[in-house]
Design a protein around this ligand. Structure first.
Ligand SMILES: [Cu+2]
Length: 186
């Protein structure tokens, strides 16, 4: 039957499908440029061992001395570069941040691909060995949040839960003027 002309309704349907394909095709570069989906901040190659050394330095610089489930707790100052390491099967360190402050969050992996998922928010990012992704982040809500690994990374994947603690504004231990002193001056 192939020599018979195609039915009109089928030609219309084919035309609609083709136009839709072209729209989706155009959406790919458009979404890349205008979709607001590109990671903020920086990307660089890094040797996993060098990244681990950076994380260790970060813990030495800003560690509180406390641990949470054996993982060191780190309280970096506002504006700091903060480092999080994904490794089978834990996130290191525990981050203690200030609400409303901006940080550059570095993410990388020691071994295999991991997935950074800030629970319960819909914040997701791939954590890839050999790459250091620096994301600009501002914690907007105070609380204690879990970091789940959402990229299957091995037998202990389901145990891979980290922690971010966001302290409310004004509770930081930084030696700044108290709100009363700041408000009282004229
Ligand atoms: Cu995992």
């Amino acid at each position: 039957m192939w020599w018979k002309p195609v039915h009109r309704s089928e030609r219309i349907w084919f035309t609609i499908a083709f136009i839709w394909c072209m729209i989706l095709f155009a959406m790919m570069p458009l979404w890349h440029l205008r979709g607001g989906q590109n990671p903020s901040g920086t990307r660089a190659r890094v040797e996993p061992s060098a990244y681990v050394a950076r994380v260790q330095q970060f813990v030495r610089d800003y560690g509180t001395g406390a641990t949470d489930g054996g993982i060191p707790v780190v309280a970096p100052p506002a504006g700091a570069d903060i480092y999080l390491l994904g490794a089978q099967f834990q996130w290191t360190p525990v981050l203690q941040l200030e609400q409303g402050a901006e940080y550059t969050l570095h993410l990388s992996s020691l071994d295999v691909n991991h997935g950074f998922n800030l629970f319960p928010f819909n914040v997701n990012f791939q954590v890839v060995p050999g790459y250091d992704y620096g994301l600009r982040v501002i914690p907007t809500e105070a609380g204690s949040y879990s970091i789940l690994c959402n990229e299957f990374c091995g037998i202990g994947h389901h145990l891979m839960v980290g922690r971010v603690i966001v302290n409310p504004v004004g509770t930081a231990s930084a030696p700044e003027a108290s709100p009363a002193a700041a408000g009282g001056g004229q």
